[in-house]
Design a protein. Structure first.
Length: 114
């Protein structure tokens, strides 16, 4: 199993980014995919997930109405569209899949700052 995130960067408050996670080594279309994030000095926290059918799973309150998760099963990719970004969204964002054990990507840094 391999998960490779990309799309992070530096953005001003109010800006947008789209993160991507390309998966390989398993049948992507049949698994729920998840995004987590970890700010410096804090524990990793749940952000949002998407089922194999494309249904959104319980995003954390702090991102409701601003973040959208989607998936492209033909290209084994899950996306996280982040709008109206705030400084408190600054974190390393990780893609996750559970196949008996949890698998994680290497993460992509998102920094929201002026």
């Amino acid at each position: 199993v391999q998960l490779v995130e990309s799309g992070g960067g530096l953005v001003q408050p109010g800006g947008s980014l789209r993160l991507s996670c390309v998966a390989s080594g398993f049948t992507f279309s049949t698994y729920t995919m998840r995004w987590y994030r970890q700010a410096s000095g804090k524990e990793r926290e749940w952000v949002v997930g998407i089922t194999s059918a494309g249904d959104r799973i319980n995003d954390v309150d702090s991102v409701k109405g601003r973040f959208t998760i989607s998936r492209d099963n033909a290209n084994n990719t899950v996306y996280l569209q982040m709008n109206s970004l705030k400084p408190e969204d600054t974190a390393v964002y990780y893609c996750n899949v559970r196949r008996g054990v949890e698998f994680w990507g290497q993460g992509t840094q998102v920094t929201v700052s002026t």
